[in-house]
Design a protein around this ligand. Sequence first.
Ligand code: ATP
Ligand code: MG
Length: 508
Amino acid sequence: MRTLDRMLKDQIWIPNEGPQTEAYFSRADLLLYGGQAGGGKTDLIVGLALNAHKRVGIFRQQVGELKGLIDRMDQVLLQAGRKPVSRSANQWTGADGAKIEFGHLEKSGAHKSWQGRDHDLKCFDEASQIAPHKILYVMSWLRSAIPGQHCRTVLASNPPMGGEGDYLLEWFGPWVDPMHRLYGTVKPGELLWAVFESEGEDIRTIWCDGPEPQMINGRLRTPRSRSFIPAGLGNNPFLGEDYRAQLDSMPEPLRTALLTGDFLAGRSDHARQVIPADWIVAAQARWLGARHRHGESHWRRRRMLSLGVDVAQGGADSTTLAPLMEGNVFGTITRAKGVDTRDGPAVGGMVVQMMRDSCAVAVDMTGGWGGGARLHLENNHIPVTGMVASQGSNAVTRDSRIGFANRRAEWWWRFREALDPKSGDGVALPPGARLAAELAAPRWKLLGRKILIESKDDIRARLGRSTDEADAVIMAWAARFEADTRALGHGSGPELEAEPYTDPHDYL
Ligand SMILES: Nc1ncnc2c1ncn2[C@@H]1O[C@H](COP(=O)(O)OP(=O)(O)OP(=O)(O)O)[C@@H](O)[C@H]1O
Ligand SMILES: [Mg+2]
């Protein structure tokens, strides 16, 4: 007998091995279990409610959606020879006094009727459809008079499909949002500690170092634990390949969201987002296509035109290098922690190691951070293209006669134009959720009659992280013609190990 089966010997529902079991035993006060469709999310709620808790509230957005959930609960109850859910009262009472209530939250004010209703388990199925303030309101009465009873909230959800559910990206950012400063540092199921804090109309998460009470904005607050466990279709033996095929036949972005469980797949673009997310996905797909056809090092066989260098501006940032190769193909991006690249020679060393074919070296000189690197490179006879984002620009957009407020706006807009599926340059970008998220981050606005792009500092303030990879890519793109002139014989350096120019369409 499996240990698990032994532990749950007298229980009427047994979790599937893998993430469903991990979610079942999670100690997180607030757990998001979700991702792929069919990963057993609704069943986890049914099982937890029947096995492990005494007073349970289960919520969905609409009253009609509760039927399937109650049907499934009745099925489990029937198999165990127990009485079914009362459909008239929308609740179930067990022989030992356990009680499960079902609620829906769509109507305005519906959440208010759950005021003061204590539960030791509160579950929100398809949570991405439910407004966050309603969930938080209902969650206020998560408590139990029974000593030792574990009180928890479980959110079960597929990735949000735009709009309402975007709050999940904020609440569980360290696990699901590649732009989050803690992304990549936590494992699925690991506990982090946090409090919710109101900020104007918004509710924001403040991540804490541990469970100890601490002063936050002048008040002593007690953090609660949070975690995320990705539900996986592959771990559910009750659904076969048929169901995967069914999901595969869905239109995008539904297909990617349900099949991969990627929490960003269904996110809708901001109205003034500089580069549409779809264009970035297509550029990364071109790169993966090339790798599939020509192998892992496909980009290394091309001539390097330029190297974009984003110099770290502080402890948390990274110095980031993005190589652009002939044929509009970017190479993989190299990063080094800011602490390791504090001085010019360290950054210069990275550049020398990476650069080839006497490519243009485009160094961000905006904040003066790149000065040391430039000096070091020029002392070593490597010409540097200093990139100053705040400088004025005389350029105009390709399709209209709108100008740019500064160089930064020009570079970013030029890259948008290059990715445009209709009139673009078939750019191929290396895979990576971080690069994709960073390129999708900046927003534009009109300043007078010119385009202005959100500054690096503003993005950092909004998202808590900077866009190092994207900026390195943008600079490499902006500087690519510098290399072309030198390739015609104006530059120094070794003879090019030339590969004949390859049309980007070869890579489609
Ligand atoms: N531990 C389990 N024991 C028995 N059956 C299970 C278990 N987990 C999942 N199933 C079955 O697998 C199927 C899919 O599970 P479920 O409906 O919970 O998935 P879901 O993640 O909620 O899917 P959706 O994204 O469609 O809402 C259901 O028929 C369910 O009864
Ligand atoms: Mg479900």
